[in-house]
Write a protein that binds this ligand. Sequence first.
Ligand SMILES: [Zn+2]
Length: 232
Amino acid sequence: MLWVPLSITAAALASAAHASAWPTSQRWGPSYRRLPTDAADIALTFDDGPSNETMRFLDVLDALSVPATFFVCGQNVERQPRTARAILEAGHALGNHTFSHPCLPLCPFVRVQREIARTQDAIAEATGCQVAIFRPPYGLRSPALRDVLPDLGLVGVHWSVIGMDWKWSADRIATRVESRADPGAIVCLHDGQSTRVRTDRTQTIQAVRRIVPNLRNRGFRFVRLPAWQAGL
Ligand SMILES: [Zn+2]
C-alpha cells in the first residue's frame, strides 16, 4: 500500500511549502504584510542594500519628503557602513534581510541563526542601533524563524505589493504599484541586488518618482514601518 505514505508525504511537503512561501501563513511565526491601520497610510520598503545606488534613493526620497524602510543585508552593511548610517540619519527605518541573502528553506537551523544574528551585529556595529524587523530573502521562510526571530528580538515582515522591479521598466513597476495600493499596503522594491557590489536601480528610482506624487494625489500618506513587538 504505497499510496498512503506517498500521499501523506505529498501533503506534508505541500503544507511545508505553503508555510514557507505563502505570505499570509503564520505557521512559522508571525509575519506582517500590512500596516496596522485603516488610514490611507502606505509604506515603501527597499531590499538588498546598501548598494552603490542607495545614496541616489536617499536623495530622491529626501526631495519627495518620503520616509521609507530599508531591509539590508549584513554583508552589504559591512562593505558600506557609512551608507547604512546615512539611511538612519535621513530619517528612514532599517530592517534585517540576512547576511548573504540565502534561500532560507534550504538552510540548516544554525545557518539561519548565524545569517540573522551576524546581520544584527553588522547593523549595530555600523549604526549603534538594534533593529526589530526582519524580511526573509525572496519572501521564503524556514521553520527555524519561529525560534530565531523572537530570540533576537525580531518580527517578520513581508509585503502586500511586490513591484517586480528586478525585471520590469519604471512605467510597468509604477503601474503595478499604483493599481494595487490600498490603505495599509506595504510595497516591496529594491535599492540593491542581493549582495552584488554594483547594480543599476534606475528603473526603480524612476518608478518611485512617479508613484509618490500619484498616490499622494489619491490621499495616501507615506510612513516608515512600525517596530512591531517581538514575541507576539
Ligand atoms: Zn532580497
